[in-house]
Design a protein around this ligand. Structure first.
Ligand code: NYM
Ligand code: MG
Length: 211
């Protein structure tokens, strides 16, 4: 890779069990096979000290006010911003499983205000594309281990899905809604096609911020 070319920033979003983890892995393998330096990350990043609190909350061993856990999810992204910037500018393409959109969708599903939810996300590095894996939550509950973590309830996931639609309208210019009920291989073909094209388009573009 020649100097100055940055990596692309791809994010996967969707309700729980929508197939994000599988598709992130397939996209990483695809880009790596094309000789593109690729790094996979996910949020929440449960290893940091903030991430450990988030993990305790998600596994129901800790309770926190809705506002507090929301800000911790955002802080967890902020603590990785330097790393994300460094990697992208060094030419590494990032594939990130969940980002600010999960933060807004899951907290708004509890009834909190959109602007309040979005505020701590402003200024974070903006992805080049979000792949939103859309499927009716009713199809999700049959997948493995569903219901073990906080939020993994059908009624709640319906609300999350509604907020995602609203976010998609706001962020339409880089939001790619993908029908996640398709077979894994077909989904991957669609996603990798979009990613490969964008990969080349963004390499000369400066990094942008969420507004
Ligand atoms: N989640 C994730 C949030 O509520 N806010 C956030 O900012 C992020 C990144 O964490 N149910 C929720 C969504 C998921 C849960 O994520 C754990 P995963 O990808 O299921 O491990
Ligand atoms: Mg989950």
């Amino acid at each position: 890779m020649s100097a100055g070319k940055r990596g692309a920033f791809f994010v996967f979003e969707g309700c729980d069990r929508s197939g994000k983890t599988t598709q992130s892995r397939l996209l990483a393998e695809f880009l790596t096979s094309k000789g593109i330096p690729t790094l996979s990350m996910n949020f929440p990043e449960r290893e940091s000290s903030i991430g450990q609190v988030i993990n305790s909350y998600l596994t129901n061993s800790k309770d926190l006010p809705d506002e507090v856990i929301h800000l911790m999810f955002a802080a967890n992204r902020w603590e990785y911003m330097n790393k994300i910037r460094r990697e992208l500018l060094a030419g590494t393409t990032l594939i990130v499983d969940r980002y600010s959109y999960s933060g807004v969708a899951y907290t708004m599903a509890k009834g909190l205000d959109f602007d309040w939810c979005y505020a701590p996300e402003r200024g974070l590095i903006k992805p080049d594309a979000v792949f939103f894996l859309k499927t009716a939550p009713v199809n999700l509950s049959s997948r493995g281990k569903y219901g073990e973590e906080r939020y993994e309830k059908l009624e709640f996931q319906h609300k999350v899905a509604e907020v995602y639609n609203r976010i998609g309208e706001r962020e339409f210019s880089y939001w790619h809604e993908i029908d996640a009920s398709q077979p894994v291989a077909e989904l991957h073909t669609k996603i990798s096609g979009i990613a490969e094209k964008l990969q080349q388009q963004v390499e000369g573009k400066p990094l942008d911020k969420l507004t």
